[in-house]
Design a protein around this ligand. Structure first.
Ligand code: ZN
Length: 324
């Protein structure tokens, strides 16, 4: 029986059910929050998040992967409070989110300083996965980093390689935020491959922002899953055009290479807070699935994208190294 760690502990991968592969609960700058806390009511925010997740549970969604890592305000104690108020399985991540430099904490720390000989970031990611996060007992079950418009800057490449090493060591799968307008999912493929990653356990995130089926097919042909994952958050392209491209890829035989999600958050401090729009985890069920059905996407293909592909992603790959 293969299990995956969630906030409430291990769950059989066969029981993950309908899984949204790239969501957030809270995205915020913790240093700003601590110093200018007037906007924040912890109990209210936790209760609101649980309500939004419970609406998703009512729609038949049983699991979310919370892609919130260092740089996005990860606080697993807070997520555990939410998880106590909802039956939703919440899978949490390890990693670092940056578009340019590494956080200063890592800037002057390097592999010559670690007993393992690994990048100190890798050691922290591995600990999150094998021992748990910050004394909570909650273990991360996937790795996340970002390569955005600036591309593989020194800092971004360092994080990507540290994530790849942690993946190779632990077998935990990887999700990378990418910038499809610059087709940089292919750069991610190249770097991960050079580190010996198992690309079947890699999501190239935000692929759904692309309207270039040949680019997407090339990434999928490398073995990766395409994250069709920004539904209902007001980002271009439109729902209709996102649905068109998914339907076209299904026709070309790629239903087993796509996963669906919203990239929603119940609270994100990047924008003025809009309670009415925050944390809509049912937009896919309410709007996207009907749009896909209109375009001839079958129930079996939807099941692949929402259930089977996530289950395969979270079924551990072989470890090629051990330090766990
Ligand atoms: Zn995200």
């Amino acid at each position: 029986m293969t299990q995956v760690e969630t906030v409430r502990g291990p769950v059989d991968v066969a029981d993950l059910g309908t899984t949204l592969m790239h969501e957030h609960v809270f995205v915020l700058n913790e240093e700003i929050r601590q110093n200018y806390p007037a906007y924040w009511d912890e109990d209210e925010r936790v209760a609101h998040a649980a309500r939004q997740l419970n609406k998703a549970v009512a729609a038949g969604i049983t699991t979310i992967a919370d892609a919130t890592v260092i740089g996005l305000g990860r606080d697993i104690g807070r997520i555990a409070k939410v998880a106590a108020q909802t039956p939703m399985n919440i899978i949490v991540a390890s990693g670092v989110y940056t578009f340019n430099d590494v956080p200063f904490y890592f800037r002057y720390r390097n592999r010559r300083m670690t007993a393992s000989g690994e990048d100190p970031m890798t050691d922290l990611f591995v600990t999150d996965i094998t021992e748990g996060i910050a004394g909570t007992g909650v273990r991360a079950a996937f790795l996340k980093c970002a390569v955005d418009e600036p591309g593989l800057t020194r800092g971004v490449e360092r994080v990507l390689r540290a994530v790849a090493r942690a993946h190779v060591i632990t077998g935990a799968p990887v999700t990378v935020h990418t910038h499809p307008a610059t087709r940089n999912g292919l750069d991610v493929v190249r770097v991960l491959r050079s580190e010996g990653a198992d690309l079947r356990h890699v999501v190239i995130g935000h692929s759904g922002d692309s309207e270039d089926p040949d680019y997407l097919a090339e990434v999928a042909d490398a073995g990766c899953l395409l994250g069709m994952d920004r539904f209902g958050i007001g980002m271009s392209p439109s729902l209709e055009r996102r649905a068109d491209i998914i339907a076209a890829l299904c026709q070309r035989g790629y239903a087993d290479r796509m996963v669906l999600s919203h990239d929603a958050a119940c609270f994100i401090d990047w924008y003025p807070h809009d309670e009415a729009k925050a944390g809509n985890y049912t937009y896919i069920h309410d709007h996207v699935l009907p749009a896909l059905a209109e375009r001839g996407v079958t129930a079996e293909q939807v099941e692949a994208m929402l259930v089977a592909n996530p289950r395969r992603y979270f079924t551990p790959g072989p470890r090629t190294a051990t330090n766990a």
